[in-house]
Design a protein around this ligand. Structure first.
Ligand SMILES: Cc1cc2nc3c(=O)[nH]c(=O)nc-3n(C[C@H](O)[C@H](O)[C@H](O)COP(=O)(O)OP(=O)(O)OC[C@H]3O[C@@H](n4cnc5c(N)ncnc54)[C@H](O)[C@@H]3O)c2cc1C
Length: 432
């Protein structure tokens, strides 16, 4: 096989496939042709896409294009600059969202759910991969699977190609390289030549469950696999050793108890901000506001007392409000007897201030994102090209960019892939 190409993409995931398609589309629009090759470590491209959104692929979010939500991205200024460059590069008067226009052009029908989350109309992640692969094939993009890139060697002379060394000893030469290997893998690629030591921020899992301190696990273990809708807040000591807690962030949604701690999308979002020693606090009344919680408890207490003709017991107060198992475990943790007459302050403590100490992130294999990788300050936000090394581009999770649940991470992968694919093609066509 001829192993020389114009553009080599390292990794055929969300960002890599998009970069390959846009590079080929850019050449096609210019009436030219470029050899674009995707080098993929696994036996097929797009496996990572199939796993997303519980197999449904939450591929984007309405609120990203609106702007304010961008603050939730890590390295938000870089993301804001990149998405604004994307709008300038691919102007879309009808949508104001080039990513959506890209997928519509590929024939993807989609629908929007709560919080602006966007899914394919088919509700299947495979539909997203199907339209990507069909477009890549139409444009002659080549997929080379079971090709794990071990090293990227930059040319030592201008005009010479990059060398990509594969783990099995083979090598490829390419005029431009787009690194789209995802978060965990990028650390393991050797970069040689002029960019021998790129700034790599340490890679660590995030957007996942939270493990709680061992003493608190006695409680979460007893509730293992129970799901509750609640408001969950993250608090941090204002100053080390102090006793004033400051709210970091609150989320409302479904929480899942696990033996090691707590999980669920609302917890995943807090995990991006959490540090060991923080407090994660559950309000089972689903209220973020303590004054309203107290008013609710007093009024429910009064209503039940009137109905029963006497003050309710803890069991009577909790029945119909939380699951019996949750009530049992909360009472046990507080050292209270279900048959005792309920006390409003104790109820408030149990139901609204149920706190645990954060020990750290939960099991890595449940986390959705790897934080870290290429530090964005080494790149142009408009093209994703490494500033000091013409012809090398980095996209998607290989960069130290991550966002909350809701389509933010895939949106970043497509958007950065589009910018790099376009810029890499222009550089090879000599029309930058
Ligand atoms: C379970 C789960 C569910 C998720 N759900 C969502 C969701 O619904 N919405 C959302 O926005 N985000 C979701 N995410 C996050 C999202 O999947 C990622 O942020 C996104 O896939 C990153 O795209 P990427 O192309 O940068 O990396 P990846 O999709 O990880 O692709 C990297 C590719 O590179 C290949 N590769 C790795 N190393 C090499 C190498 N050395 N040589 C060649 N190839 C290599 C890999 O095999 C892979 O195919 C989810 C993540 C997980 C784990």
């Amino acid at each position: 096989m001829n192993t020389t190409c114009d553009i080599a993409i390292v990794g055929g995931g969300a960002a890599g496939l998009t970069a390959a398609i846009v590079a080929a589309q850019t050449a096609h629009t210019a009436g030219k042709s470029l050899r674009v090759v995707v080098l993929e470590a696994s036996d097929r491209v797009g496996r990572s896409i199939l796993k997303t959104g519980n197999g449904r692929c939450n591929f984007s979010n309405q609120h990203i294009a609106e702007g304010p939500a961008l603050v939730d991205y890590r390295n938000a200024d870089f993301v804001r600059a990149a998405l604004s460059a994307l709008n300038a590069t691919f102007p879309e008067p009808d949508f104001n969202d080039p990513v959506l226009a890209f997928f519509e052009d590929l024939g993807l029908e989609w629908r929007q759910e709560e919080d602006g989350r966007r899914y394919p109309l088919s509700n299947k992640a495979s539909t997203v991969l199907d339209v990507l692969r069909a477009e890549a094939a139409r444009l002659g993009v080549e997929e080379v699977c079971e090709a794990r890139v071990a090293a990227v060697e930059a040319p030592t002379e201008a005009g010479k190609p990059f060398t990509l060394r594969l783990a099995d000893g083979q090598f490829w030469r390419a005029g431009a390289v787009i690194v789209a290997a995802g978060g965990a893998a990028v650390e393991r690629i050797d970069f040689a030549g002029p960019l021998s030591s790129p700034i790599m921020n340490p890679v660590q899992p995030t957007l996942g469950p939270l493990a709680v301190a061992e003493a608190d696990q006695a409680f979460t273990r007893e509730l293992d696999n129970i799901r509750v809708r609640c408001c969950v807040s993250l608090f941090r000591e204002e100053s080390p050793g102090g006793n004033t807690l400051a709210l970091v962030r609150a989320e409302t949604g479904e929480l899942l108890f696990r033996p090691y701690g707590v999980s669920g999308i609302c917890v995943f979002n807090l995990s991006r901000l959490a540090q060991p020693g923080d407090t994660v606090q559950i309000n089972f009344l689903q209220m973020g506001d303590f004054d309203h919680s107290r008013i609710y408890i007093d009024s429910r207490f009064a209503g039940l007392a009137e109905h029963l003709g006497q003050a309710p017991t803890y069991e009577q107060f909790m029945r119909g409000l939380v699951l019996p198992r949750v009530a049992d475990v909360l009472l046990k943790r507080a050292g209270l007897n279900a048959q005792d007459v309920a006390n409003a302050e104790e109820l408030f403590q149990m139901l609204c201030l149920c706190g645990f100490e954060v020990a750290g992130i939960g099991p890595a294999d449940v986390c959705q994102v790897q934080r870290g990788g290429f530090a964005p300050e080494q790149l142009s936000a408009a093209t994703m090209q490494v500033l000091e090394l013409s012809g090398l581009f980095v996209v998607g999770e290989a960069l130290d960019v991550d966002g909350p649940c809701g389509g933010y991470n895939l949106h970043w992968a497509w958007a950065s892939g589009m910018l790099a694919g376009h810029a890499a093609a222009l550089s090879r066509l000599g029309t930058e």
